[in-house]
Design a protein around this ligand. Structure first.
Ligand code: HEC
Ligand code: HEC
Length: 270
């Protein structure tokens, strides 16, 4: 099916379908356990179960339609959006946040940012303190502003983009997954390096802040975040322990982020 192209392209449709079939559709699970891990101690990104009802994720068909309807983007106009709409005040002048409270936005593929901003603006990503803040910031953005700022973030390099990767071996789940828990290797979708998956709809995890990655995984696990189109992240994260989340978040955060568009020219990358 054409609409599921982005998973099929990575040869993952079967794996994702098997995982969903084995587990049923994602449900909200109680989140037990201590909240005092090193990467998640910051209270501003700790989210309780959602109080506000959010809309369900777009279907693959809806995403195809919505993304095809986006206007043509201009990187140069993205700079104006980024500074005039106060995005820079939280996400940093160059899209690299000054504090671990806010995600880095630089170095993400265009489609990832477009989808995130449409989700916030249109009520599909809200109900936690952090996502409510961001929904308010996105509330008045036009499609044009979203396209332009997304093009800018793809253009800007991610954190540590020019540094060499550390030699720390990846946690087992990254490249091997865990068949006994139906967890597909993270790298199968998120890529083996910061280039990620070239279909462009899977976020780059390399170089993102550990607090942000851990909070995202916990939000999927609790059901507070339901923006994943196929429910795949809710299924995978449901089996992860706090310790695994911390380990994955710390490892990905230590990797070099995605290079910006300027540096990519001549490398033959899409
Ligand atoms: C008050 C601080 C603040 C401002 C201002 C702000 N953001 Fe955010 N942004 C956040 C927080 C917090 C999150 C994470 C929310 C969550 O947990 O879903 C976020 C998430 C995002 C994400 C998704 C990142 C990811 O990895 O999932 C994007 C893209 C983004 N913001 C872009 C913008 C843009 C564009 C603007 C300006 C129009 C903006 N932000 C203004 C705080 C802010
Ligand atoms: C079948 C493909 C697939 C696999 C396997 C997968 N992911 Fe994801 N992941 C996605 C997609 C697609 C999204 C974006 C979902 C959305 O829009 O909310 C995502 C989002 C995320 C995010 C949120 C990023 C952000 O910026 O908002 C984190 C963190 C994450 N994945 C971590 C992992 C980890 C860790 C693993 C391995 C245990 C993993 N993923 C395995 C497809 C996958």
């Amino acid at each position: 099916m054409k609409t599921l192209k982005y998973l099929a392209a990575a040869g993952l449709l079967a794996a994702a379908a098997a995982a969903v079939a084995a587990e049923g559709s994602p449900v909200i699970s109680e989140q037990a356990g201590a909240k005092n891990s090193t990467v998640t101690a910051d209270v501003t990104v700790q989210a309780p179960a959602p109080a506000v009802k959010q809309k369900t994720a777009l279907s693959p068909e809806e995403w195809q339609r919505v993304s095809a309807a986006m206007p043509k983007a201009e990187v140069i106009n993205g700079f104006a959006v980024h500074s005039k709409q106060f995005c820079a005040s939280c996400h940093g002048k160059e899209g690299i946040a000054d504090t671990p409270n806010w995600p880095d936005v630089a170095g993400q593929p265009y489609a990832v940012t477009v989808k995130a901003l449409l989700d916030y603006r249109d009520g599909r990503r809200k109900g936690t303190p952090a996502s409510d803040l961001m929904s308010a910031a996105a509330a008045k953005l036009t499609d044009q502003q979203i396209a332009d700022v997304a093009a800018l973030y793809e253009y800007l390099p991610g954190r540590n983009a020019k540094k060499a990767a550390p030699t720390t071996p990846a946690p087992e789940l990254v490249n091997s997954g865990d068949a006994s828990r139906y967890i597909t290797p993270c790298a199968a979708c998120h890529g083996i390096d910061a280039r990620g998956n070239n279909n462009g709809l899977v976020p780059v995890l390399h170089g993102q802040q550990a607090t942000v990655l851990a909070a995202a995984l916990k939000d999927y696990r609790s059901g507070a975040r339901q923006s994943d189109i196929l429910g795949e992240m809710r299924v995978f994260s449901r089996k992860l322990t706090d310790a695994e989340i911390e380990q994955l978040a710390n490892w990905y955060a230590a990797q070099p982020g995605r290079v910006g568009q300027e540096e990519k020219k001549g490398e033959g990358e899409p």
